[in-house]
Design a protein around this ligand. Structure first.
Ligand code: NAI
Length: 591
């Protein structure tokens, strides 16, 4: 009887919950004005992009108030943190994407296109279908290759000509939101574009999955020499940031959990995974404890980590490396090379910087914005930039610190006791949001400044070290967390505007953007993860959270991504994929 009651309550509860959600979704889709019904009657907001910054904005912007148009070459949202899982088959491709149309409904007009130019004076954008060259492949089928190589989702698709007809168009905007993300940075290293895989788009992950399968099948050919087999099964990852680390971890899982069963001899004798990092530790943006833990963990997982090693060139069957402080070059024969050395600005970002003027837009990493995320140098404030393509220009940290220093140093000795200084900073922390996030760099600057270990800091010494660190300290990290908070912020900001006077925010009592760091996570393999709460003030202060590593961190990692998935469909698919991989293993066939 109890069981029956429990069952009835659960079914009724879930039924009501999902019924209510479906009703809300129905209302959301249908009651909100259909774009085409009201077109031309409201100010037009054009959003470029369908990534981490654009989607929260599109979901929350008030379409009763604005006519919203989204332009992007990718008609889906991609759950980028799960790409390493997709590249080895732990998670399937359809699980990590969500159609943009199902996320925004008909209230926003979506146009699948590539914005190639912005005219801020006339307030017009120019778009083309994909920005691709087409290469004949058979009668009416063409392979499309993006000039930017593998960085764009649209590259190398086989398409039917008759369906893909997208003439160039121009569109006027009242407000433009640039949320176009970033692209892979190769640092102009020779051979990377041609021979290495990136891990930024879905297609990259699919290519890597096929390449791993190819390497094992090639190694099984009876005529292969031992040397060639070893080369085929040597996988190299360049870059010890979170992307490189997570991919290495997933690859080691694939080898241990699945490939070992199917290729026991190859795994025992020939498989090798090497992670190459130019700095002296991996995951350098996280707490030192976490870097050390990950290095020890990788050692147990048979992943070779080469630190202080720089990749100079990638060739078809080898990478050329150079050790720090040595002129000697060494060759590592290998097959699959994954390049994860960070990101750089896209060409449209740079074009816009040039149009505005490089004297104002002086940061090569992206578009400089003010505290309200409005692009610097656009007088009427009609262009916003967010996510990876933007950098907020905050007052120089070093200048703020100097003012604090002067305030504290009432006796004009120009030297402060470190503790005294910290107490002062602690009090003023609300004026110093960057201090929380970059506390590690600031602490380092303190220690470096206080070389004589006298316990006192002179203003001059502190200033000179902070000047060097200032560039790093001022930029927010290029993460999904920053991008989505910025997207949500701009939606709320635009919804609150009483008029479209975009350059009078201060008078309208609007709050500037303030980033709330909730910690960083990374999967390190073997059902373990690492979590760093540095800079995450409420979590650190209230719950006294310390860096976490191991299985508990992996549960946190999994629950976090499960809740982060945008819809019930992808949440269900992800849960199923994890269970399927656990019970039946990964599908290792190439397709
Ligand atoms: P990254 O910039 O974080 O790390 C790249 C690493 O490559 C650096 O440690 C650098 O020293 C190294 N490197 C550069 N050139 C090299 C060379 N020639 N040879 C050897 N090593 C070289 O890049 P990543 O991992 O692609 O991440 C990009 C952004 O996305 C970052 O802001 C990151 O924080 C974020 N991200 C965060 C994730 C998370 O929080 N779980 C997951 C993935 C990305």
């Amino acid at each position: 009887r109890r069981l029956k009651n429990f069952f009835v309550i659960t079914v009724v509860g879930l039924g009501t919950y999902y019924g209510y959600r479906s009703y809300r979704r129905y209302r959301w889709f249908n009651d909100m004005s259909d774009f085409d019904k009201t077109s031309g009657t409201k100010p037009r907001v054009v959003v470029l992009g369908t990534g981490w910054a654009a989607v929260p904005l599109l979901k929350h912007i008030d379409t009763q108030k604005y006519e919203v148009v989204c332009v992007s070459p990718r008609n889906y949202f991609l759950m980028t943190p799960l790409l390493p899982s997709v590249s080895v088959g732990t998670v399937e491709t359809r699980t990590v994407i969500e159609s943009i149309r199902s996320l925004i409904g008909p209230r926003v007009k979506f146009i699948e296109s590539h914005c190639i130019n912005v005219d801020p004076k006339a307030k017009i954008i120019t778009c083309i279908s994909d920005g691709e060259q087409t290469v004949a492949r058979g009668d009416n089928v063409k392979a499309v290759i993006a000039p930017s190589g593998r960085t764009d989702g649209a590259s190398s698709r086989i398409i039917k000509d008759s369906a893909r007809v997208r003439p160039e168009f121009q569109m006027k905007y009242d407000i433009l939101v640039v949320a176009i993300g970033s692209e892979n940075n190769t640092f102009n290293t020779p051979g990377v574009e041609e021979h290495a895989h990136f891990l930024k788009e879905l297609l990259d992950a699919r290519r890597i999955r096929s390449a791993i399968s190819d390497a094992f099948e090639s190694a099984m050919t009876p005529t292969q020499t031992v040397e060639e087999r070893k080369r085929l099964l040597h996988f190299v990852i360049v870059g010890g940031g979170p992307t490189g680390v997570e991919f290495a971890a997933e690859l080691a899982d694939l080898v241990r959990e699945d490939l070992q069963t199917y290729f026991p001899r190859l795994v025992a004798n020939d498989v090798k995974i090497t992670l190459i990092e130019a700095l002296d530790h991996i995951l350098s943006m996280m707490d030192k404890q976490i870097s050390d833990y990950t290095e020890r963990h990788f050692h147990r997982e048979n992943i070779d980590v080469l630190m202080n090693t720089f990749v100079k060139e990638v060739k078809q069957r080898e990478v050329i490396i150079q050790l720090k402080d040595s002129n000697e070059l060494k060759s590592l024969p290998c097959s699959v090379v994954v390049w994860a050395t960070g990101i750089k600005a896209r060409s449209l970002t740079n074009k816009l910087r040039e149009i505005i003027g490089l004297n104002i837009q002086s940061n090569r990493m992206g578009l400089l914005t003010d505290q309200y995320l409005r692009v610097k140098g656009i007088d009427d404030g009609s262009i916003f930039a967010l996510g990876d393509c933007a950098t907020i220009q905050t007052p120089k940290l070093v200048d703020r610190i100097q003012s604090l220093f002067e305030e504290a140093d009432t006796e004009h000795r120009s030297a402060l006791d470190l503790q005294q200084f910290r107490t002062l900073v602690e009090k003023k922390i609300t004026e110093f949001p960057q201090l929380e996030i970059f506390s590690k760099s600031v602490e380092k600057a303190f220690t470096e400044a206080d070389k004589e270990k006298s316990g006192y800091l002179t203003l001059a010494a502190l200033r000179s070290t902070l000047e060097k660190a200032d560039h790093k300290i001022r930029a927010l990290p290029a993460t999904a967390q920053v991008a989505s908070q910025e997207g949500r912020y701009v939606a709320d900001l635009l919804n609150q505007l009483t008029d479209t006077q975009l350059n009078h925010f201060e008078q309208q009592n609007l709050k500037p953007f303030r980033y709330k760091h909730m910690g960083s996570l990374a999967y390190v393999g073997g059902d373990e993860a690492v979590v760093d709460f540095t800079g995450s003030k409420p979590l650190l202060d209230i719950f006294k959270l310390k860096p976490m590593s191991g299985r508990s961190a992996a549960y946190l990692w999994k629950s976090f991504y499960l809740t982060e998935m945008f819809t019930g469909r992808t949440k269900t698919l992800l849960a199923f994929d994890w269970v399927r991989t656990h019970v039946f293993g990964r599908d290792i066939s190439r397709y």
